[in-house]
Design a protein around this ligand. Structure first.
Ligand SMILES: Cc1cc2nc3c(=O)[nH]c(=O)nc-3n(C[C@H](O)[C@H](O)[C@H](O)COP(=O)(O)O)c2cc1C
Ligand code: SF4
Length: 355
């Protein structure tokens, strides 16, 4: 099975091509000072013991002053202690760990604009990303992933839907990636061959822009590309209540651009088309659900890693069961994933009785 084959990125070797998608386990009690804490480390441990190739961590905020993401950060000594514990747990199981870094703009919850942010504020955010990447390296991680998807700050910049700036941070693709490019080039100053710079890019529903953006990111020096959902126009006006936010994974992935006979959603389709234009490896994710479906994508050379999100939440033994039966799918694909608000309402958690 290609999914179980080793792969290398820079000097970093992965024992297979299965990735745990970045996911905040909302609902498990955090530790002191908004660190991961014992509960979340235990949640990760159970999944790491099944030996995926790569763990992309939940998003960590790079700056203290924003409270989205339930506060998990990568700045304080206490927070870094637990990130180091997580890196050790990953390595004990042969798993490589990439830490996801985010600036959690308000746009994550409601339509926001990045058009009026001052340059000195942007410089501070740039510095915070660079410092956070440095912290991740010091904590023993194998790389970082800049969160440029899912309506997070860098996504608001890269997308022409949300970026209307007329200074050097807007305009064409290079302008829209100006902030990301600055961050990447500064991280490259200390990222050696053992440290991966990844980028999770949100798609735009416009394949041409997505391919152009991905190519510009590769040119800027990233080592690993990850596709995910981005800014959907409809969401710009979504109601402010929380339920509308929690419902969006898996609910609005109608086929808009992929051909009828492509048996995956548009996020995966976009990633697979981008792969044709890049020389760096590509991670595919979103409603792939089973090993069987992931394997088919790898066989078709549509991607290099397959990330699974909800399958790992629903079943901590997802890998073990899938090795026995590649068509295994333990997630009930609920319309609203309970892990966003109360994981104990997840029917699979109820069934197994622990998390
Ligand atoms: C509870 C939950 C938390 C998530 N947290 C993050 C996150 O911190 N960063 C991120 O980029 N994506 C996050 N996601 C999105 C997942 O990484 C993934 O893209 C999405 O669940 C689709 O993949 P799947 O169909 O395999 O679940 C989260 C998803 C869920 C369900
Ligand atoms: S079974 Fe439902 S609540 Fe549980 S992980 Fe899957 S979508 Fe989320």
């Amino acid at each position: 099975m290609k999914l179980l084959e080793e792969v290398q990125v820079k000097n970093v070797s992965f024992q297979n091509r299965i990735a745990i998608a970045p996911m905040c386990p909302f609902g498990i009690e955090a530790g002191e000072d908004e660190s991961l804490g014992e509960g979340i480390l235990e949640y990760y441990k159970r999944r790491l013991e099944t030996k995926p190739g790569l763990l992309i961590t939940q998003a960590f905020k790079v700056k203290e002053d924003k409270s989205v993401l339930r506060g998990f950060g990568i700045t304080s000594k206490r927070q870094l202690e637990d990130i180091r514990k997580l890196a050790d747990l990953a390595h004990e199981n042969g798993v490589k760990i990439i830490t996801q870094l985010a600036y959690p703009s308000d746009g994550h919850h409601r339509h926001d604009t990045i058009d009026f942010w001052r340059k000195d504020e942007l410089k501070e955010i740039e510095d915070s990303f660079v410092k956070a990447a440095y912290n991740a390296k010091e904590a023993g991680c194998d790389g970082i992933e800049l969160h440029g998807a899912n309506m997070f700050f860098l996504n608001l910049f890269s997308s022409p839907i949300t970026n209307h700036r007329i200074d050097e941070f807007g305009g064409d693709v290079n302008g829209r990636l100006h902030l990301a490019r600055n961050i990447i080039s500064r991280i490259k100053e200390f990222a050696d061959e053992n440290f991966i710079i990844g980028y999770r890019m949100g798609w735009n529903q416009d394949l041409e822009t997505d391919i152009e953006t991905a190519k510009a990111l590769e040119e800027a020096g990233i080592d690993l590309f990850h596709i995910s959902y981005g800014i959907r126009e409809a969401d710009r006006y979504m109601p402010k209540e929380y339920p509308s936010f929690v419902s969006y994974p898996g609910t609005t992935r109608e086929k808009q651009i992929g051909p009828e006979d492509f048996d995956y959603n548009d996020v995966v389709y976009t990633g697979s088309r981008i792969k044709e234009h890049l020389n760096i490896p590509v991670i595919l994710v979103d409603e792939i659900w089973t090993f069987e479906r992931g394997e088919k994508l790898l066989e078709d050379n549509a991607g290099d890693f397959i990330a699974y999100g909800r399958p790992f939440l629903a079943d901590d033994k997802f890998i073990v069961r899938s090795k026995e039966d590649p068509s295994f799918n333990g997630c009930f694909k609920c319309k609203d994933c309970a892990w966003f608000y109360d994981l104990y309402k997840c029917p699979k958690v109820k069934q197994r009785g622990y998390e």
